[in-house]
Write a protein that binds this ligand. Structure first.
Ligand SMILES: C[C@H](O)[C@@H](O)CC(=O)C(=O)O
Ligand SMILES: [Mg+2]
Length: 442
């Protein structure tokens, strides 16, 4: 059986800020980036994974990954996958390194990069796409990959097992359904904050022609401008389509409520991240105040770990649970959040705004539908139309739905030429941008 011989990490950045792709009220100039992890073994088997960042600071995550890599190198692959839950707990609990978190911030982003690469390796080892590896796994084995520490007041392993078992006998039907229809997606690509009116109109038209019926718009910087941009989008898409709004943590609690009352005429389904991602009480208050307007609260892309999700979910502070495949510590932690969300009847609508996130969440929403929720009610997965060309097995959206990935693995393996071009700061694209004076090396 294979032994892990090496873990490498690269700082890979894309200059998306040049065109305001990904811009919002708090992140005006994101350069979609990632710490890209490759785990090698003494056989042909490899695992590829990433964790998303917005540009500056990716080097800090890379360093954290290098440090944590020591806990992986030298291990037998079977020892990890036979006891993945125990291994995960050890990875996040190094007696000294955990002081830098625990289970939050840079170190948890690093955990995600490593853990995502390990799941990719496991799926490749079994010759299956990640979603299928999960779907075919015995419920007991799946539960054994999860860490229930700090959760037993909300979800026990026995309850998790019961949810998974309940869906076993019907999962083949849902798998068949997804293979033919795909999983519903919404697009954020028309609504970035830095886009001109003309661009928004054009992108809305293009997205509708591609079959999208659900759209998200960034808000939060300037109320008058938000009213103008919401109006522009509604004029394009009409009121028979769904609109979501996203403030990326810009407001205080009362400000969120007042602002959203002004945008209520545009009938948004949700306001996403109205305030600090750590403010559970604040989100609950906003949710309560906006309920009469038919506006729910969505959050999760910066929800640090399963313990924070527990509180948001149980306290009614999120009506839409936006798991993030790289903010949580990889698939192990995501699985337990999917189960908690199901138990408390909070629909999961994964976050996709970033490089590689759409590739990842496609697998996760498929698993959620087949094995956990068994329902698509109020569920929709984010899609952003950027940077998919850099992946060997990119996600594909058709008629407004994610199609089901077929290639073995977790879909985040990048093309060699992309790495040569975009590794920061040595890649050929970056050298050119520095020479042209468009960016200054850090
Ligand atoms: C900086 C990112 O683009 C962020 O705006 C993404 C996001 O909030 C979303 O996709 O939702
Ligand atoms: Mg968001």
């Amino acid at each position: 059986m294979a032994t892990i011989t090496e873990l490498t990490v690269k700082d890979v950045r894309f200059p998306t800020s040049l065109e305001a792709h990904g811009s919002d009220a708090m992140h005006g100039d994101p350069d979609y980036s990632c710490a890209y992890v490759v785990i090698c073994t003494d056989t042909q088997l490899r695992g590829h994974g990433l964790t998303f960042t917005a540009g500056r600071g990716t080097d800090l995550v890379c360093n954290s990954i290098k440090y944590m890599g020591r806990m992986v190198v030298g291990k037998k692959v079977s020892d990890i996958f036979d006891n993945f839950g125990i291994f995960w707990e050890k990875l996040v609990n190094d007696t000294q390194f955990r002081w830098l978190g625990p289970e939050k911030g840079v170190v948890h982003l690093a955990t995600a990069g490593i853990v995502n690469a390990l799941w990719d390796m496991w799926a490749k080892m079994e010759g299956k796409p990640l979603w299928k590896l999960l779907v075919d796994m015995e419920p007991e084995k799946l539960v054994s990959t999860m860490d229930f520490r700090y959760l037993s007041d909300a979800l026990t392993p026995e309850e998790a097992l019961a949810i998974l078992k309940k869906n076993q006998s019907t999962k083949a039907e849902r798998e068949k359904e997804l293979l033919s229809k795909g999983y519903p997606a919404y697009t954020t690509s028309a609504g970035w904050l830095g886009y001109s009116e003309e661009r928004i109109k054009k992108l809305c038209q293009e997205a509708m022609a591609e079959g999208f019926t659900k759209f998200k718009v960034k808000v939060g910087a300037d109320l008058k401008d938000d009213i103008r941009r919401c109006r522009v989008i509604r004029e394009q898409i009409g009121y028979d389509k769904v609109l979501m709004t996203d403030a990326n943590q810009r407001w205080d609690v009362q400000q969120s409520i007042d602002w959203m009352k002004q945008l209520a005429e545009f009938k948004p389904l949700w306001i996403e991240e109205p305030t600090s991602p750590d403010d559970i009480m604040g989100h609950a208050a906003i949710a309560k105040a906006l309920k009469p307007y038919g506006i729910g609260v969505a959050t999760g892309e910066m929800c640090q770990n399963r313990v924070m999700f527990k509180q948001f979910i149980v306290e009614g502070a999120m009506q839409f649970c936006q798991i993030d495949s790289c903010r949580l510590g990889g698939v192990n932690e995501i699985l337990v959040v999917l189960l908690m969300a199901y138990k408390y009847r909070v629909p999961v609508c994964p976050h996709g705004g970033g490089v590689g996130l759409c590739e990842y969440i496609n697998h996760l929403c498929i698993f959620d539908y087949i094995c956990v929720s068994a329902s698509m009610e109020n569920r929709v997965t984010e899609y952003v139309d950027h940077l998919h060309e850099h992946f060997k097995s990119p996600c594909v959206v058709k008629d407004g739905c994610y199609t089901v990935p077929k290639d073995p693995g977790y879909s985040a393996e990048m093309k060699e030429e992309s790495l040569l071009e975009y590794e920061y700061p040595s890649g050929s694209v970056w050298k050119k941008l520095f020479a042209e004076g468009k960016f200054t090396p850090e």
